[in-house]
Design a protein around this ligand. Structure first.
Ligand code: DCT
Ligand code: MG
Length: 406
């Protein structure tokens, strides 16, 4: 179905047009025919991007610039760099000269200029300047706190704050419940969640969910579904083929109450569903969905074997070393008939999702979000039981989660 998707980089895509059944008339002399190089799509949903990034020296630099533009609320330039990052991540080779970027989408002059500096000098002055910039450093620090967005970071920066300790000790600052939790568990939350920790959280989530809905499907989504080894949180999508709407609506309340009783719930923000059956998919590329969800911080106890490394040296006045780690967990519940759409939306990456929506509207006149796919020409909703069916509706070749790390 649909257009061929570019799966490999240009180096692997060069095919000689010489066909053994129909010998090339110029064979034996010089093969001057151009290689049939397939182009790399401008849409991340038509590229295969694994976690093996061969161009990290460029993408790390661009991540810093993109963040800085985000902090300055210069969204267009931010997106320019995010798109360049995404294209560089899908290449199966390391760019060693600017020639290697010929024909690539989203690699404009500004991007090329910085790549040239990195190729020639090993670093970019502009990136160095951003890293040394006080506003960038403060925004980076403040937004690393759970519950702190650009608005709060800007406020704290203008008030003259530069460290978290000063914020912690200021008694006049009004912090939200989320920010208080973010500061309280800061050291644990800033330390990435490992795959092993995510697996341990999966068991906790399955146990709790199956207590109330034994037939529920509990699927890990986000970066861990894409095969990442580390993440900033653990995301789950929950649905049940047999549950009544009421059972579904009460699930997260019951699950979080159980954890509260068990002393595992460090923070809980439950968002009620605003889902309506006939609502058209959102036009916004980055819109959040309407499913019931909760943003949590859970207490994850270490396994016995790992405990030793946490033990305090003798003479320490702490009676017991900390035997647990605070972990950010997101749970989302969706109706069974929306599962494929929610799964596709929550599996990411963000750039992959953005481009799926952009592709749908610009190339197919269809609107896609985490709830539904709407065909504007036929004026109908297109149903899907699996992610494969959604890709097929869009005329796209199926891309596995492990290849969506755009
Ligand atoms: N998502 C999205 N648009 C948003 C927020 C999230 O499409 N505005 C999707 C994409 C990924 C998924 O939800 C989970 O989000 P995160 O946990 O933020 O991303 P992640 O890919 O899991 O990355 P991390 O490893 O940092 O958790
Ligand atoms: Mg995540």
């Amino acid at each position: 179905v649909g257009k061929p998707v570019d799966t490999k980089g240009k180096y692997q895509l060069m095919e000689s047009r010489v066909d053994s059944a129909n010998p090339d008339p110029t064979a034996g002399t010089l093969n001057i025919l151009p290689p049939t190089t397939k182009t790399i799509s401008q849409y991340a949903c038509q590229r295969r991007t694994t976690i093996n990034n061969h161009n990290q020296r460029f993408t790390d630099a661009f991540e810093i610039l993109a963040k800085n533009y985000e902090f300055k609320e210069n969204d267009d330039t931010c997106l320019t760099f995010m798109r360049a990052i995404s294209v560089l991540k899908c290449l199966p080779f390391e760019v060693v000269s600017l020639k290697d970027t010929e024909g690539l989408p989203w690699i404009g002059d500004e991007v090329k200029g910085i790549m040239e500096e990195i190729i020639e000098d090993g670093e970019s002055l502009e990136v160095q300047a951003v890293l040394n910039d006080e506003r960038y450093q403060s925004f980076k620090l403040f937004t690393s706190v759970f519950g702190v967005g650009l608005k709060t970071a800007d406020k704290w920066y203008r008030m003259g704050f530069r460290t978290l300790n000063k914020i912690r000790s200021d008694k006049t600052l009004k912090l939200t419940k989320m920010q208080k939790a973010g500061l309280c568990y800061y050291e644990d939350l800033i330390d990435c969640v490992s795959k092993a920790e995510a697996d341990a959280v999966s068991l906790l989530v399955q146990d709790a969910v199956w207590t109330f809905l034994p037939d529920a499907l509990v699927t890990i989504t986000g970066g861990f579904r894409r095969g990442k080894e580390f993440g900033h949180d653990v995301d789950f999508l929950i649905t049940s083929p047999g549950a009544e709407k009421e059972q579904e609506d009460q699930l997260l309340q019951k699950v979080t109450n159980l954890w509260k009783k068990q002393g595992l719930l460090l923070y809980c923000d439950l968002i009620e569903s605003t889902f309506e059956d006939l609502k058209l998919p959102s036009r916004k590329i980055d819109a959040l969905d309407h499913f019931q969800k909760c943003f949590l911080i859970l207490k994850l106890y270490h396994h016995k074997e790992d405990k030793r490394k946490w033990e305090m040296p003798t003479g320490s006045n702490e009676s017991e070393a900390k035997s647990w780690k605070a972990i950010r967990v997101d749970l989302v519940v969706c109706p069974y008939d929306r599962y494929a759409f929610a799964l596709l939306g929550w599996s990411g990456s963000r750039q992959f999702e953005r481009d799926l929506r952009r592709y749908a509207i610009h190339e197919k006149k269809m609107m896609l979000d985490n709830h539904a796919l709407y065909d504007k020409t036929k004026k109908i909703f297109l149903k899907a039981k699996s992610e494969e069916e959604i890709f097929a509706h869009l005329g796209l070749e199926y891309i596995q989660p492990s290849e969506r790390n755009a």
